[in-house]
Design a protein around this ligand. Structure first.
Ligand code: C2E
Ligand code: MG
Ligand code: MG
Ligand code: MG
Length: 280
């Protein structure tokens, strides 16, 4: 009896392992196809200057426009794209697409606008990454200073030496580098002086309760003053209310993005916002 149930158990285990493996492989294939078939799309979320409330930038955020399932958010496929390595090709596509869009906006006269692109660890670790970025900049004829690359703390800490070398090259070109989701990693802050950084993005989780939780308020205040002491700019993400924005303004935060002004938008809608609120 024990033997039989053991075998059943193993069969069950094999079958479920098999199913989840099949599911993974089919999602991987689908992701690969999605890239070839042009099913990815970039949405753009406006980034604003806190003082003037003018649009100064746009963060490119990927979406998968699936023929049957509709618009799929990056949280549902970026992790698998990272595990499978597909993120390298997807990331290249994002970099090209965002730079091409920036060039388009510049042609329309929005020549002060910058575009932020999210990076994955595998992309930055690729030996050719710095060259790829330089090539893209040249190909689309956009100024280096108008491209902003976002990395998370954990990405920075992983493979630190190689990442520093790649980032130094990119930063020397004049490209901006930001730390995304700042404050959520558990790494030592010493990387802040070893890495060529321009901006910290305060994570949404600290902004959310900034008006009701004095700890969160102090964390935001402290991040902002530390950033300024290190000659870094600060952008707050996930700003949803005027009360949150007012506090951030009081603390000296210079930029923000969030649903208060706009969600990530398809290109046409982002362009409408630019036309309504020129960034010159
Ligand atoms: P992230 O880079 O930290 O992007 C911010 C996320 O917060 C976005 O989610 C955005 O839609 C959302 N958000 C912005 N403002 C608000 C707000 O006021 N309230 C709330 N509740 N949420 C807000 P999204 O677009 O689903 O992207 C999720 C994550 O996926 C991104 O986090 C980023 O880590 C990753 N991602 C997106 N696009 C790319 C990409 O092209 N490459 C890579 N490697 N990762 C990407
Ligand atoms: Mg980001
Ligand atoms: Mg973030
Ligand atoms: Mg995030």
């Amino acid at each position: 009896h024990a033997k039989a149930s053991g075998r059943n158990c193993a069969q069950y285990f094999n079958r479920s392992l098999d199913d989840s493996l099949k599911e993974r492989i089919s999602l991987e294939n689908a992701l690969n196809q999605a890239l070839k078939l042009g099913q990815f799309e970039l949405y753009y979320q406006p980034q604003l200057d806190v003082k003037s409330n003018r649009i100064i930038g746009a963060e490119a955020l990927i979406r998968w426009n699936h023929p049957e399932k509709g618009m799929i958010s990056p949280d549902a496929f970026i992790p698998l794209a990272e595990e499978s390595g597909l993120i390298v090709d997807i990331g290249s596509w994002v970099l090209h697409q965002a730079s091409s869009q920036l060039a388009q906006w510049r042609k329309q006269g929005f020549d002060q606008l910058s575009v932020s692109v999210n990076l994955s660890a595998l992309q930055v670790q690729k030996e050719s990454f710095a060259r790829e970025v330089a090539d893209v900049i040249r190909e689309y004829g956009v100024p280096e200073a108008c491209l902003d690359l976002e990395l998370t703390e954990s990405m920075i800490m992983r493979n630190a030496e190689e990442t520093i070398a790649a980032l130094d090259k990119i930063h020397n070109l004049g490209i901006q580098i930001s730390v995304d989701d700042f404050g959520t990693g558990y790494s030592s802050l010493s990387y802040l002086k070893r890495f060529p950084l321009d901006k910290l993005k305060i994570d949404r989780s600290f902004v959310q309760d900034i008006t009701v939780d004095t700890d969160d308020a102090m964390i935001c205040k402290t991040i902002i003053s530390m950033a300024h002491n290190l000659n870094l700019q600060v952008i707050a993400e996930g700003v949803e209310t005027n009360a949150q924005l007012e506090l951030l303004r009081d603390y000296g935060c210079e930029q923000y993005q969030g649903y208060l002004f706009a969600k990530p938008l398809p290109v046409e809608q982002m362009t409408e916002h630019l036309l309504a609120s020129p960034c010159q």
